[in-house]
Design a protein around this ligand. Structure first.
Ligand code: OAD
Length: 255
């Protein structure tokens, strides 16, 4: 049930920020980070694989893990949450989409230029010299995961090619962070959808918006660190809640 004051708030919104995390892609079959990993990867913790130290120590293990994630993303399709977020942009005067996700499911659902705070799986570069490396068009065949895979070598220096994602301990891309902070300071409504609100500095954006007077709406089936800050807590799956919210606010026509 969508509260009437939330419907009124959305109809009057001028600039909406939508901030998303792994939960928004969960219903597309892309596992979240803090879910138990499936198959052979169950014995690894995502946070210990997603570091420069892990890649330096065992590049085949980390590259194999990211190729498995990439295979999952390539097989996945956007779900109703991605489509509802793309539709939301057509209902409000201004919308900025900020995602922590390294997949491209927002783009495939029709969202224009989402800000990728944690980079993207497809944007590979050399671990040693930083030279961008073209992505092989080969689709990894890794239904179960768990296979070590040697990364390709850099054409310039021979170093290992790494995924273009931000790892723990690395800074966020400066330009993306600046745009995200500026939008957060300008918005009157911020959605936080499918994120555990645990990973900083990204997790500070909803708190920052709330401090600046924006209304914060959280969509998540589980409790998070944002529960006490959010003005509206819509407890449920994003793929159900977001289409329902749009239908309640603007009718069912185009979402
Ligand atoms: P997490 O895996 O930490 O959290 C996923 C959140 O999604 C949890 O709060 C779940 O309750 C929620 N969730 C699960 N299914 C959902 C659904 N169908 N609808 C709505 N919510 C759902 O993922 P993030 O918060 O995105 O960083 O994690 C943030 C960052 O930590 C990631 O970008 C990644 C990770 O380690 C890097 O790779 C640098």
């Amino acid at each position: 049930m969508i509260p009437d004051d939330l419907i009124a708030l959305l109809r009057a919104a001028r600039h909406v920020v939508v901030f998303t995390g792994a939960g928004v892609s969960a219903e597309s079959g892309v596992p979240t980070f803090r879910d138990a990993l499936t198959g052979l990867w169950a014995r690894f913790d995502a946070e210990t694989l997603a570091t420069p130290e892990a890649f330096a120590a065992d590049p085949d293990l980390v590259w194999g893990w990211y190729e498995w994630r990439r295979a999952r993303v390539l097989q996945a399709r956007p779900n109703p949450a991605h489509f509802a977020i793309a539709a939301l942009a057509r209902h409000v005067p201004e919308l900025t989409l900020i995602t922590q996700n390294v997949d491209d499911l927002h783009e495939r659902a029709g969202s224009l230029r989402p800000i990728h705070l944690h980079g993207g799986l497809e944007a590979t570069r050399c671990f040693d010299c930083g030279q961008p490396a073209p992505r092989s068009s080969e689709v990894p065949n890794e239904p179960e995961g768990g296979r070590r895979l040697a990364p390709p070598q850099c054409a310039v220096c021979g170093g290992n090619i790494r995924p273009g994602v931000v790892w723990f301990g690395e800074p966020l891309p400066e330009a993306a962070w600046l745009v995200a902070v500026t939008a957060t300071e300008a918005c009157d409504v911020l959605f936080s959808i499918g994120t555990s609100s645990l990973v900083h500095p990204a997790a500070e954006l909803p708190m920052h918006a709330a401090r600046r007077g924006a209304a914060v709406i959280q969509v998540n089936p589980s409790a998070t660190a944002l529960d006490r800050v959010a003005h509206f807590n819509l407890v449920g799956l994003a793929g159900t809640v977001m289409p329902d919210l749009l239908a309640a606010t603007w009718g069912r026509s185009d979402n």
